[in-house]
Design a protein around this ligand. Structure first.
Ligand code: PGA
Length: 248
């Protein structure tokens, strides 16, 4: 299975900064053929990014999407608009959206359906908080989020990202064993719905991934890529992550 490594830039980078990043990142990864390399800039930088990545091996993703195609929804962006801006994928269900923007499972499910219907690939995020982990609720939370988010959704063009909230932006990465345990569990839940097709769904790990820990995480059987925040903002560091040592 081809690895999938995505940069989630969150609320970072102007158009000029996006162009500057890509002008140094694209040459650094141009030989990489065994990884789907994806960048998710803020909406305002998407067209500058689309312009820079022409004829490269980089794909674009948006960080959010609304579920309607058009209408009186001030401030929202439709799946069709995202496609039109040059994106192939969209991140949905990120814990920051769940936490700060009250996006609940039903909203996330609606967004996933609309994005897939429009032909976008979906990077669907799930993950437990520190309190939930310490209370022994990790498996229950993951099961609920996966089942609710993917209700009536097929497995085509779907990537799932396991992002333990306690590891996001904290420098506290899950160990390879912790990641593998939850990835295998996610694969099992996907198997209940998709059967053998669950083996084709790429499951990414996210949460303080760096050039130093990427090799051991990617070596896990059920880890098929990474969703990277902080360490994706510098071209050298993200290029090192994309060029991790492949040995499964
Ligand atoms: P981080 O963010 O790599 O900065 O921990 C990951 C994410 O939130 O996608």
């Amino acid at each position: 299975m081809k690895y999938f490594i995505a940069a989630n830039w969150k609320l970072h980078k102007t158009r000029a900064e996006t162009r500057e990043f890509l002008r140094s990142f694209i040459p650094a990864v141009q030989e990489v053929t065994d990884v789907d390399i994806v960048i998710a800039p803020p909406f305002t930088a998407l067209s500058a990014a689309a312009d820079e990545i022409k004829d490269s091996n980089i794909q674009l993703a948006a960080q959010n999407v609304f579920w309607e195609e058009k209408g009186a929804y001030t401030g929202e962006i439709s799946p069709q608009m995202i496609l039109d801006a040059g994106c192939k994928h969209v991140i949905i269900g990120h814990s920051e959206r769940r936490q700060y923007f009250s996006e609940e499972d039903v909203i996330i499910n609606r967004k996933i359906k609309a994005a897939k219907k429009a032909g976008l690939g979906v990077i669907f995020c799930v993950g437990e908080s520190l309190e939930e982990r310490e209370a022994g609720k990790t498996f229950d939370v993951i099961k609920r989020e996966v089942e609710a988010g993917l209700s009536d959704v097929d497995s085509d063009n779907l990537v799932v990202a396991y992002e333990p909230i306690w590891a996001i932006g904290t420098g506290r990465t899950a160990t390879a064993e912790q990641a593998q345990e939850i990835h295998a569990y996610i694969r099992k839940i996907l198997g209940n719905v998709y059967g053998n097709k669950a083996n084709d769904v790429r499951i990414l790990y996210g949460g303080s991934v760096t050039p130093d820990n990427v090799d051991s995480l990617m070596a896990c059987k059920d880890v098929n890529g990474a969703l990277v925040g902080g360490a994706s903002l510098k071209p050298e560091s993200f290029a090192k992550i994309v060029g991790f040592k492949k040995e499964k």
